[in-house]
Design a protein around this ligand. Structure first.
Ligand SMILES: [Zn+2]
Length: 103
């Protein structure tokens, strides 16, 4: 899938980042695991926090159709921003063959 395959329902999270709300908290040994869920795309995030409050790790569970194999480049993000405003991404101008003067 390319960015052209990004679902409309995922576009806001792709351009604005996820809108998290807290879900639940569990323990992993001495650490806390705080669950978060995106209110728009249903992405889940699990943040492991040490007893000192340090961020140990984060794990994501993405909704079906969200992930893009190979990741997203800066150009992809630009194209998604243009899509979010209803504009088509700029295309590279085609090279024109040089015109020769006809005598
Ligand atoms: Zn989201």
């Amino acid at each position: 899938m390319t960015i052209a395959g990004v679902l409309d329902e995922h576009l806001e999270c792709r351009t604005l980042a996820h809108a998290w709300r807290y879900t639940d908290v569990t323990r992993d040994g001495r650490n806390w695991v705080q669950g978060r869920a995106c209110t728009r795309c249903e992405c889940l995030k699990y943040v492991t926090i040490s007893p000192k409050g340090e961020l140990v790790s984060s794990r994501y569970v993405y909704p079906k159709g969200y992930t893009i194999p190979g990741g997203v480049t800066a150009d992809d993000r630009n194209a998604l921003r243009l899509r979010s405003v209803g504009a088509e991404p700029a295309r590279k101008p085609k090279r024109r063959r040089s015109l020769r003067a006809v005598s």
